[in-house]
Design a protein around this ligand. Sequence first.
Ligand code: AMP
Length: 281
Amino acid sequence: MKIVRTVVELREWSRTLRTTAGPIALVPTMGALHAGHASLMRAAASAAPGRVAISIFVNPTQFGPNEDFARYPRSFEADCALAESSGAGLVFAPSVEELYPNGAATFVEVEGLSNRLDGLSRPGHFRGVATVVAKLFIAAEPDLAFFGQKDAAQVAVLRRMVCDLRLSTRLVVCPIVREPDGLALSSRNVYLSADERGQALTLSRTVRHIESLVAAGQRSASVLIREARKLFAAEPAVRVDYIELVDWSTLLPVDTATPGTLFAVAASVGNTRLIDNTILR
Ligand code: AMP
């Protein structure tokens, strides 16, 4: 597996391989890789065997001033080992300066969608995400790019960006990988104390509860959200950021859950902000 630090090297790898071997797949990540990331890499490797690039870059522009950019977990050596065993052929690990050259002034903003869900509580977050993913797409020119449903609002923003910019990369969305007890895997789970780890289960428990209510025929968004709030009220140590039922493409609230509706929650446990969601059937 190759490790490169510059856009020029990434582009050369991608162009050469596409010409000689076939479509290129990209898996954008911020590192601190876990089994969720591995599932994306394996899916990418089965679609484009031998032609998977993974980026490892803690993107400063998607963090707010009081967020965890400086202390975000970094584990480059272990990440490379997991990337290699999951089928990656190349790791792109640029410096901040490589992706944001001194004086960088160009940003990609997906209007409207970027101010919903996580974008509402994290102003500028999706502008940073769209900008870095656009840079990665321009650099790697991937035919396919793999993202997790875990970040469902991010997927909506990026789908809009790909459509609006007429990019030729196809987005592939992979299911949420969970711990056996339901907690969605996240690089931020390492921040949780043992008590917080238990409290954090409120998110996945709520997601499952809403799925079962919908399966039993409950479709009213106001009823479903009220039921979700009850579960959070029972765990006061968990501070709700949002509980929403939205159309997955517009991220606008719906009155009635229909197949494809996104139920999404975000909450803080101690200093750790966690998210979870489900696409309703
Ligand atoms: P991150 O490193 O947190 O930026 O995540 C990189 C990619 O991995 C994103 O597309 C995430 O949605 C995806 N991802 C993160 N956690 C999970 C998970 N538990 N299951 C599946 N994909 C995930």
